[in-house]
Design a protein around this ligand. Structure first.
Ligand code: FES
Ligand code: FES
Length: 155
């Protein structure tokens, strides 16, 4: 079937099979490989993107379900060559080790601060329960999200 959706502010028209996952559309068809896939079973959050502004695990959505939606991936956050404040905060606070979980963490954090601009450490940790870091670098991830939230508040 043919679907239309917006991906990183670009209108996309694409032919998809009914069972194609959104993660596969993004990575394999659109070559947006910043969206990672680790578990494929909705456990790890590596595949998190924004769908109409809300974080969603793209391995758990069919591409067809995203028809008509606006999808933002990690590639869509930077603007005019400048990192998004949350990306910058992960960089400055060393919020990553191998970096595999990082796109999903950043997208999830962007959604968090949209609904809660000044999250406490406890609120951040609770929000991240669907995002797993196999390097277990949670301390700096939480610090990065606090810093990113502060930067966005003062922007
Ligand atoms: S790959 Fe989607 S939640 Fe793990
Ligand atoms: S930084 Fe390695 S999985 Fe999180």
């Amino acid at each position: 079937m043919e679907i239309k959706l917006t991906v990183n502010a670009q209108l996309v028209t694409v032919e998809v099979e009914a069972n194609l996952l959104l993660s596969a559309l993004l990575r394999d068809r659109l070559r947006l490989t910043g969206t990672h896939v680790a578990c494929d079973t909705s456990q790890c959050g590596a595949c998190t993107v924004l769908v109409d502004g809300a974080s969603a695990k793209s391995c758990t959505l069919l591409a067809a379900e995203a028809a008509g939606s606006s999808v933002v991936t990690i590639e869509g956050l930077a603007a005019d060559g400048a990192l998004h404040p949350m990306q910058q905060a992960f960089h400055e606070q060393h919020g990553l080790q191998c970096g595999f979980c990082t796109p999903g963490m950043v997208m999830s954090a962007v959604d968090l601060v949209a609904v809660n601009p000044d999250p406490s450490e406890a609120e951040i940790r609770a929000w991240l329960k669907g995002n797993i870091c196999r390097c277990t670098g949670y301390q700096n991830i939480v610090k990065a999200i606090r810093a990113g939230a502060a930067a966005l508040r003062s922007a």
